[in-house]
Ligand binder design. Structure first.
Ligand code: PLP
Length: 457
């Protein structure tokens, strides 16, 4: 039943309705509008947690009214947050001693990235001031496969964004080009662990080594902030030997999303600094009325506490071993899908191996020449069976490349993967029967032709 505004006959959309609606009806109206477009479990586009167990869900529901910032009323929540920061910092091999490691909670990686970026900018500015040099032209270096938060950061804080193209030859950050983009005004380089576009990791150890040489040669001290939105909760469990974190000299801060592979429902990010001295004093607010000395840093003031409780719950419930199991089973399922997709003659995987439980693939170039369809058509077809598998074009320089991505998260079983692979094969079989190009193929052909013209000039 469709419930409507009594005055206008439509759902309220412009003004607060003059008279109220009984709670049950209002509830139903809101609920009806919220019905998901796809089943969360069949949504392979998102990185964000869509499943938590009953106890974790209960804890969050019971804490829904708690404001994290209200520390005098809920001092233990701040302590719990401090413990989570400790655990995340130690998971990333912090060298920092002391009872409380230096870090902050955020609404997601976006806030955490902003805080990491701001700290690098302020440190750079302090240093330039101390040297009596101008500090009005800061820049930041990263690959074109950045997540949109870095564009926001650079726009909002007026920092020049220097991007290094990812190309067919350099499917992740080109280290040499990144170093070449640096100068005395570079506040930091931002490599990514778990690139949103490709699922790959930038070579952070290689970057650290190259940067070390460069810094020694020039006398600069350009640091690294690692955007580990996904990888921050994958690498420590599945590849603990790999050096990408605070074991590397120039890595001074790292951010991650608690609501991605930290396995918490949306609204949680973490940022950690290698040591208190890398967190500019201007950004930190020390509170000591909690029975413990806790440093507070953040863009937001009020924020829900429930996610922090859930993160702490996950840490003690799952333990290291539990996280490792969850993620390695996601990895197994992702590798299985990667393998199956790789075996289909119409597709080609972007990378040969997986570093995170997600991957992209594109149409085999030979097959592509005679196909009447594109991956966008496949996305639509899969949508009809309830799957959300996104197709998109790659960033600048390889923007003519259309790819499709699968993000495997907790709850995606081998059975679900088999269903998906079956549906992909069926969809492709149907698309192959088409006698004429689909509208999306026609548009693609047109753009290819235009490009061809530009080329011949
Ligand atoms: C998801 C993501 C972000 C943004 O994270 P939110 O938690 O959604 O704010 C930033 N960087 C990378 C690499 C990401 O994958």
């Amino acid at each position: 039943m469709k419930r409507t505004d009594k005055q206008t006959g439509t759902a309220p959309s412009e003004f607060i309705p003059k008279r109220g609606t009984p709670a049950e009806e209002a509830y139903q109206l809101v609920k009806d509008e919220t019905l998901p477009q796809t089943q969360p479990r069949l949504n392979l586009a998102t990185f964000v947690t869509t499943y938590m167990d009953d106890y974790g869900t209960r804890l969050m529901n019971e804490a829904v009214g708690i404001n994290y910032i209200d520390e005098t009323e809920y001092p233990r929540v701040a302590v719990m947050c401090g413990r989570c920061i400790n655990m995340v910092a130690n998971m990333w091999n912090t060298p920092e001693k002391g009872d409380w490691k230096t870090g902050a909670v955020g609404i997601g990686s976006s806030e955490a990235c902003m805080l990491g970026g701001i700290s690098a900018w302020l440190r750079w500015r302090e240093r330039r001031k101390a040297e009596g040099k101008p500090y009005d032209k800061p820049n930041l270096v990263m690959s074109t496969a950045y997540q949109v938060v870095w564009e926001k950061f650079c726009q909002l804080w007026q920092i020049e964004m220097r991007t290094v193209p990812i190309t067919y030859d350099h499917p992740s950050l080109d280290i040499e080009a990144a170093i070449n983009a640096c100068d005395e005004n570079t506040i930091c380089i931002v490599p990514i662990a778990g690139v949103t576009w490709t699922g790959m990791n930038d070579d952070i150890e290689g970057l650290n080594d190259a940067l070390d040489k460069y810094n020694r040669k020039t006398g600069y001290d350009i640091p690294i902030h690692v955007d580990a939105a996904s990888g921050g909760f994958i690498l420590p469990f599945l590849n603990p030997e790999k050096k990408w974190d605070f074991r590397l000299k120039w890595v001074l801060s790292i951010s991650t999303s608690g609501h991605k592979y930290g396995l918490v429902y949306p609204g949680l990010g973490w940022v950690v600094w290698k040591d208190k001295k890398y967190l500019p004093g201007d950004m930190a607010f020390s509170v000591n009325y909690l029975g413990a000395n806790i440093t507070q840093v953040g863009l937001n003031f009020s924020r829900p506490a429930a996610q922090i409780l859930a993160q702490y719950y996950n840490f003690i419930h799952l333990g290291f071993e539990g996280y490792r199991k969850v993620h390695s089973s996601s990895m197994d399922v992702a590798c299985y899908c990667h393998d199956q997709i790789g075996k289909m003659s119409c597709f080609r995987n972007y990378s040969d191996t997986l570093e995170n439980p997600l991957f992209i693939w594109y149409m085999d170039p030979e097959y592509d020449k005679n196909a009447n369809w594109t991956l966008f058509d496949l996305q639509d077809k899969l949508m009809q069976s309830g799957w959300m598998v996104p197709a998109y074009t790659m960033p600048k320089n390889i923007e003519d490349m259309v790819v499709m991505r699968i993000v495997v998260r907790q709850g995606m079983t081998q059975d679900i993967a088999d269903m998906l692979m079956g549906d992909i094969r069926n969809a492709v079989a149907e698309l192959e029967k088409l006698e004429y190009p689909t509208p999306s193929r026609q548009a693609y052909l047109k753009s290819e032709k235009q490009k061809g013209k530009v080329f011949t000039h």
